[in-house]
Design a protein around this ligand. Structure first.
Ligand code: 5GP
Ligand code: ZN
Length: 109
């Protein structure tokens, strides 16, 4: 399938991976809009988060868990987890994904 996030999942396009589980991968957004900007992506293709919730609730729970774990690692604890759903809401990649964004990155130890 000609889907950019499926290609990243398959390793056909490089990405800065920051986490992986059985169901999900996480990588840095190519055009970060906050000091912390990580994308959490289910390995199996769904159009958006509503389709993922309907098709594979276990994958949705896993996505939220991986996102909150990475938010704790990369931010000081204040963050947003957001899902643009539909073109008019700003969705530009039609493979479900969550954005972890934070204005307060954790200082490097
Ligand atoms: P959306 O606008 O669909 O909610 O979010 C898609 C996000 O994917 C955008 O923030 C965009 O910067 C990011 N993005 C698009 N193409 C790539 C890519 O090839 N690699 C990475 N790492 N991020 C991408
Ligand atoms: Zn896909």
């Amino acid at each position: 399938m000609d889907c950019i996030f499926c290609k990243i999942v398959r390793g056909e396009i490089p990405a800065k991976l920051v986490g992986e589980t059985e169901y999900s991968i996480a990588f840095k957004d190519i055009a970060p809009r906050q000091p912390v900007h990580i994308l959490i992506v289910p390995k199996n293709h769904s159009r958006d988060i509503t389709e993922l919730a309907a098709k594979d609730p276990d994958a949705l729970v896993d996505l939220v868990r991986l996102g909150t774990k990475l938010a704790a690692e990369y931010s000081t604890g204040s963050f947003r987890l957001s899902f643009n759903t539909g073109a008019e809401a700003g969705q530009s990649v039609f493979h479900a994904h969550g954005h972890i964004t934070s204005t307060t990155p954790k200082p490097v130890q």
